[in-house]
Design a protein around this ligand. Structure first.
Ligand code: ZN
Length: 316
C-alpha cells in the first residue's frame, strides 16, 4: 500500500460524463468536503486528461495528505487489451486511458464503468443499502447497468458485467424488429429504445414530431395523448428489458439512475409490467429511486479503493 491507495481514508471520486466532469472529496468519516464540475472537452483526448488532472488538483489543494483517486468512466478498460472500450464518448475508445491518467496524475488510479460506480454507491450507503444483490441502471443519454453482489462489483473477464443496454429489446413485436441502428454497430439495442434519445426517436418515428424526452414528459403531464402513448411504450420496453435481467440474476433491488430515473410513473408501473415476464410464481420486483442521484457516479468512484474488487489498477 502507498499513500495514494487510500489507507489514510481521504478519497477523490471523479465522474467523467459526456457533457460534464464532476469531482468530489470524501473525508475518512464519509463527509463530502468539496465538489466541483467542469465541462467535458468533447472529441479531445488530451484535453480530457488535462481537465481531470486540473480537477483532482483543485480537490486536493488544501489537503495535507494525498487522497486516493477513483474515476467513473463511460465504457470500461478491457482486461484483454488494456484499452478503453464501449464508451459512447467515442474519442476515448482504443486508448490506454488508465495508464495515461496515472502518468498525468503521477499516482495510481482505479477506473470503473459509470453504471458500476452508480450501483456501488447506491449499494454502499444509498437506496439499496444492506441489499445482498443490487442491479443499478443508468437511463440517460445511454443505457448502462452495474451489478453489486455482497458489496462487490461483478465485473468479469471482459469488463462488461451488468452491461445490458446493448442486448436487443426482448419479446419484440414485429414493428419493433430489427429496431433502430445503434452507435455500437448493432440494431435494436435496448439503449435505442429506453434511453432519453431513444424515447425521443420513438416519438418522432410515430408522430413525425421531433421533441426531447423532457418535452415529451412535459406534454404527457399536460394530458397530450401522443406523449402519454410514448411514455407507455417506453415503460413497457423498459420492463421487458428488466425482466430479462431479473430472470438471469434475480436481484434483491433494482435502482434506477440517470435523467429518466426522475420519472415517477416508472416506480408505480414497472413492477406490474415486469411481472408477466418473470419466471417465478410470484414476482413483486423491488425498484427504487436513487438516494444520491447524479452524485452517485463520483461517490461510487471514490469507493473504488475501499473494496478489494476487480477494478482496474494502474501505475502501482
Ligand atoms: Zn448498441
Amino acid at each position: 500500500m502507498t499513500g495514494s491507495s487510500g489507507e489514510n481514508g481521504w478519497r477523490i471520486g471523479i465522474d467523467l460524463g459526456g457533457s460534464k466532469i464532476e469531482g468530489i472529496l470524501l473525508s475518512p468519516d464519509e463527509g463530502e468536503l468539496a465538489r466541483y464540475r467542469v465541462a467535458t472537452p468533447r472529441n479531445d483526448y488530451a484535453a480530457t486528461i488535462a481537465a481531470i488532472v486540473d480537477l483532482a488538483a483543485r480537490l486536493m489543494q488544501d489537503l495535507p495528505v494525498r487522497a486516493s483517486i477513483g474515476i467513473a468512466i463511460p465504457g470500461s478498460i478491457s482486461p484483454l487489451s488494456g484499452l478503453m472500450q464501449n464508451a459512447n464518448s467515442t474519442w476515448l475508445n482504443g486508448r490506454a486511458f488508465d495508464c495515461d491518467l496515472a502518468a498525468a496524475l503521477a499516482t495510481p488510479v482505479r477506473l470503473a464503468n459509470d453504471a458500476n460506480c452508480f450501483a456501488l454507491s447506491e449499494a454502499f450507503d444509498g437506496a439499496a443499502e444492506n441489499a445482498r444483490s443490487v442491479f443499478g441502471v443508468i437511463l440517460g443519454t445511454g443505457c448502462g447497468g452495474g451489478l453489486v453482489v455482497n458489496g462487490r462489483l461483478v465485473d468479469g473477464p471482459r469488463g462488461i458485467g451488468g452491461e445490458w443496454g446493448h442486448n436487443p429489446l426482448p419479446w419484440a413485436a414485429p414493428d419493433e424488429y430489427p429496431g433502430p441502428q445503434c452507435w455500437c454497430g448493432r440494431r435494436g439495442c435496448l439503449e435505442t429504445w429506453v434511453s432519453g434519445p431513444g424515447m425521443a426517436a420513438d416519438h418522432t418515428r410515430l408522430t413525425g414530431r421531433a421533441l426531447t424526452a423532457e418535452e415529451i414528459v412535459a406534454r404527457a403531464k399536460g394530458g397530450n395523448g401522443e406523449a402519454r402513448a410514448t411514455l407507455s411504450r417506453h415503460a413497457d420496453r423498459l420492463a421487458r428489458g428488466l425482466a430479462h435481467v431479473v430472470n438471469i440474476i434475480d436481484p434483491d433491488v433494482v435502482v434506477l439512475g440517470g435523467g429518466l430515473s426522475k420519472l415517477s410513473h416508472l416506480y408505480e408501473q414497472l413492477p406490474k409490467l415486469v411481472d408477466p415476464h418473470i419466471f417465478a410464481d410470484r414476482s413483486s420486483i423491488v425498484i427504487k429511486s436513487p438516494r444520491w442521484g447524479d452524485a452517485s457516479g463520483s461517490r461510487g468512484a471514490a469507493r473504488l479503493w475501499d473494496l478489494s474488487v476487480s477494478q482496474r489498477r494502474s501505475g502501482s
